[in-house]
Write a protein that binds this ligand. Structure first.
Ligand SMILES: Nc1nc2c(c(=O)[nH]1)N[C@H]1C(S)=C(S)[C@@H](COP(=O)(O)OP(=O)(O)OC[C@H]3O[C@@H](n4cnc5c(=O)[nH]c(N)nc54)[C@H](O)[C@@H]3O)O[C@H]1N2
Ligand SMILES: Nc1nc2c(c(=O)[nH]1)N[C@H]1C(S)=C(S)[C@@H](COP(=O)(O)OP(=O)(O)OC[C@H]3O[C@@H](n4cnc5c(=O)[nH]c(N)nc54)[C@H](O)[C@@H]3O)O[C@H]1N2
Ligand SMILES: [Mo]
Length: 773
């Protein structure tokens, strides 16, 4: 008898799909029928869902099982594991949480748990972690994100809001209808538009770019690589040194002022602080006018090009967009502030197809025409401790308890962390300077993780609880960047003895006597229904129809129509700034911020300025480390998720991540195509395989993120994880964002036999049934 094939609607951050199941196994993921450009990452899922790398049963690190919270943290990452039963595992976690709360207070539990988790909003592991820890007395949380965390804390000072980085920018209909020149700082790599946080029904970016081009929009891509030019855009590529866009933008503004063609009226009526910024640009303040010639020496773009681009952008309807990567760099506040200032001087802010925007190809759905209606959402409750650190500063926190730090005008002190609880993130993916993190990671007494796979994070935790994938539970997903909301039907029984994060927390909450506070009396399907109904009620309150839950669940998705009018960012503010002020102190765009001036931060002055990053090609350190390392998002996966899947593995070369290097830089180092290379600096070293790329500006190398961390000691990482090389420093005291894109390195051919990568093999586990993996 042949097994019946069944189909279930589901959703991932890389798109909606139908799970095809045969004999209890996922055999394929068929893209959602309305997706115009489905992501290839779907191909990785069947093998990964049933991978031998799945965490099979609860497992405890041997040293921790023996010595509990007194065990030696140095053994994390080296020790073997012992499987135990669920009851025993939950009892261990529960008693450890109680001990830490009683002896050290709830602040001593680090529950920030940063990470993307899954697209389903109910079972979103990070949200569930916060709900659980908050209900039990609180924890130390993390504020902001790695993605656009610098912008999140800068932009409210400048434009009163950070919604332009959540995707709410002048939409593609307005662009196709009105923009004549679109300048993309950081380019528009379509690879990144595979992803939407919360999932999506369509991937329209490539189509929108082609449509805009057909409508006559001229594209200019400013980037260290021609690889950031999207196909179909016919964009002109202007190569630039990494981390120097601020100088280019300031010089464009200076050129406008020098020619007397800046939009003086807009600067006077809609901005404050223009005079102070102008003095800086014209050199009144420091005797150094920020001319195109000045900028050329910094960013290596010809002065004539800068002048000509400024004039063209002033004379025609222009839109500036900055990739999020620009602000994920040391002093990453400056390019974003400079971009807003330049757009103000160009005078098209608030006009159809004009002004500034962020992240058009940083994520799917940016500029997607969509009504401003709620998406499905799950709350995480209030943290009773109120303790939170800036997201990317957690290595500092672990290393420097009690130390004071500055963040957005406030001084705080790092808490003394005894226990770390993580679900749905991989700090050994996302954090900079992983050798430093390894040292910090030894300090907490206990580390608990829920994981699906034996990731580098799981391998460095004391208690590992196996979590289900999305396919093993019912959920609801969607994003405010996309016009669809999706039902996610359970397609598989839990693999191994894995459990839903929600159920793990429910049982732990029951042990602690606060199950009701955690669940609010709802089980899985009651929550799915509740999330849907809350969203649908909001739609109906705002005059939009929404089907009843049963109909939605049966049909498996619901759609919001395109808005009748294109959205133009700051349209109302432009029309009447008195009646529609921004939420800045002045109600206007702040080219000079009194508030920031009051903080007195030398690393974030009160107006946009060129501040040399700690590491860039103009730094004195470049004599020793002559290449600027970019760490772009990986094309074949989401961060480190499913690194062992087909779409990811196909892009590795000889099992290692590929380092792009220019022909000139390869030749001068005797490096040939597909040679194994060592990429190194004072912080660490990794192996990678050279991919010679004529589209890269010489002096720049690019190693995508996501290879599972595989250190053979501090000296050498084997898999090509660039975060052993990146700098772990806040962008500035204002926003404390991640400086991932500011790192200098050297590259050398690796002559020895290259040690095998082990990260995608199982660690040593003593099985519950007596066997050994
Ligand atoms: N050098 C450098 N570093 C960077 C960046 C960069 O540009 N350069 N970018 C940064 C950015 S923008 C980001 S957003 C971060 C991303 O960093 P992370 O979000 O931490 O990376 P992911 O690999 O997505 O980690 C998610 C983890 O959650 C697990 N997971 C998925 N679903 C579930 C679930 O349902 N339950 C449980 N328990 N676990 C689940 C996955 O297996 C995976 O291990 O990386 C940052 N790091
Ligand atoms: N396939 C895939 N897509 C993803 C993700 C993924 O993991 N995989 N992650 C998602 C997430 S969480 C996020 S936050 C976004 C991030 O979106 P981004 O931050 O925009 O992504 P990056 O790939 O880091 O950078 C985009 C491009 O910026 C260029 N660039 C870097 N530094 C500079 C600079 O100083 N100046 C200029 N002009 N250009 C520069 C690089 O060449 C790079 O290709 O991507 C999302 N999309
Ligand atoms: Mo991100």
């Amino acid at each position: 008898m042949t097994e019946q094939i069944r189909r279930y609607p589901s959703l991932s951050h890389w798109g909606a799909y139908t799970a095809v199941v045969e004999g209890g196994r996922l055999i394929a993921c068929e893209p959602f029928e309305r997706d115009s450009a489905p992501s290839g990452i779907l191909r990785s899922m069947p093998a990964m869902v049933h991978s031998p790398l799945r965490v099979d049963r609860p497992a405890v690190r041997k040293g921790w099982l023996r010595d509990r919270h007194l065990s030696d943290g140095v053994e994390r990452g080296r020790d073997g594991y012992v499987e135990i039963g669920w009851d025993e595992a939950l009892a261990l976690v529960h008693s450890e949480l109680q001990r830490v709360r009683a002896e050290h207070g709830s602040e001593a539990i680090f529950g920030g748990s940063y990470g993307w988790s899954s697209a389903g909003r109910l079972h979103h592991a990070r949200t569930q972690t916060h709900r659980f820890l908050n209900a039990g007395g609180g924890c130390t949380n993390q504020a902001g994100n790695y993605s656009w965390g610098t912008a999140q804390f800068l932009l409210p000072h400048v434009i009163g809001s950070y919604t332009p980085v959540t995707g709410r920018v002048t939409d593609w209909n307005s662009v196709a209808g009105h923009t004549r020149l679109l300048i993309a700082f950081g380019g528009m790599p379509l690879r990144n538009t595979q992803i939407t946080s919360g999932g999506a029904g369509d991937h329209p970016a490539g189509g929108q770019i082609a449509r805009a081009r057909a409508a006559g929009v001229e594209f200019v891509v400013i980037s260290p690589t021609r690889g950031d030019v999207p196909p179909g855009s016919q964009a002109r590529w202007i190569p630039i040194r990494p981390n120097t866009d601020t100088a280019l933008m300031l010089a464009m503004m200076q050129a406008l002022i020098a020619d007397g063609i800046q939009d003086e009226a807009f600067l006077q009526t809609h901005c404050v602080g223009y005079a102070a910024l102008r003095d800086y640009l014209m050199g009144e303040a420091d005797g150094r006018p920020k001319t195109p010639e000045w900028a050329q020496a910094i960013c290596d773009v010809p002065a004539a090009t800068i002048r000509e681009l400024a004039r063209q952008a002033r004379q025609t309807r222009s839109l500036l967009t900055c990739a999020w990567s620009l602000q994920r760099a040391h002093h990453g506040e400056q390019p974003y502030w400079a971009c807003v200032a330049l757009a103000a001087a160009l005078g098209h802010v608030g006009l159809p197809g004009g002004g500034f925007a962020f992240g058009h190809a940083s994520m799917n759905g940016v500029g997607n025409p969509r009504m401003e209606l709620a998406g499905p959402a799950m709350g995480s409750g209030r943290n009773p401790t109120g303790s939170a650190i800036p997201v990317a500063r957690f290595t500092d926190m672990l290393l420097l308890p009690g130390q004071a730090y500055e963040f957005n005008g406030r001084e705080s002190v790092y808490p003394d962390i005894r226990m770390v609880y993580w679900a749905g993130g991989n700090p050994f993916h996302h954090q900079q300077d992983l050798n430093r993190l390894e040292r910090a990671w030894r300090r907490p007494q206990t580390i608990v993780a829920h994981e699906i796979w034996w990731t580098p994070m799981a391998r460095r935790s004391d208690i590992v609880l196996p979590a289900t994938t999305t396919l093993e539970r019912n959920d609801i997903g969607g994003s405010t960047r996309d016009r669809y909301v999706f039902a996610m039907h359970q397609a598989l029984a839990p693999v191994g003895s894995s459990r839903n994060d929600f159920d793990i927390y429910r049982e732990l909450a029951a042990l602690g006597g606060y199950e009701q506070a955690f669940t609010e009396g709802r089980d899985e399907m009651a929550w799915v229904r509740h999330i849907y109904e809350s969203m649908a009620q909001e739609w109906r309150d705002r005059g939009h129809a929404a089907p009843g839950f049963e109909a939605f669940w049966r049909r498996s998705y619901t759609e919001i129509p395109e808005p009748a009018r294109p959205f133009v960012l700051f349209e109302e503010f432009r029309r009447d700034p008195q009646a529609n002020p921004l939420r800045t102190p002045s109600g206007r765009i702040e080219l000079y911020s009194e508030k920031i001036a009051g903080f007195g931060y030398a690393d974030c002055p009160p107006h946009p300025a060129w501040l040399a990053p700690a590491e860039w090609l103009g730094a004195s350190e470049a004599a020793r480390w002559p290449l600027h390392l970019l760490t772009p998002q990986p094309a074949g996966k989401l961060h480190s998720q499913m690194d062992g899947g087909r779409a990811s593995v196909e892009l590795k070369i000889q099992g290692r991540e590929a380092l792009r290097i220019s022909p000139a830089d390869a030749a001068s180092r005797g490096i040939g195509q597909h040679d194994v290379v060592k990429v190194y600096n004072a912080r660490g070293a990794c192996l990678a395989v050279a991919l010679i790329d004529a589209d890269l500006k010489p002096g720049v190398v690019a190693l995508p993120t996501g290879a599972w961390f595989d250190p053979a000691g501090e000296e050498l990482e084997l898999h090509g994880n660039p975060n052993v090389l990146t700098m772990d420093a806040g962008t500035s005291r204002l926003t404390q964002g991640s400086s991932a894109q500011s790192a200098l390195v050297e590259v050398a051919r690796w002559h020895d036999a290259a040690p095998a990568v082990r990260a995608l093999e199982l660690p040593a586990i003593d099985r519950l049934d007596g066997g050994r993996a």
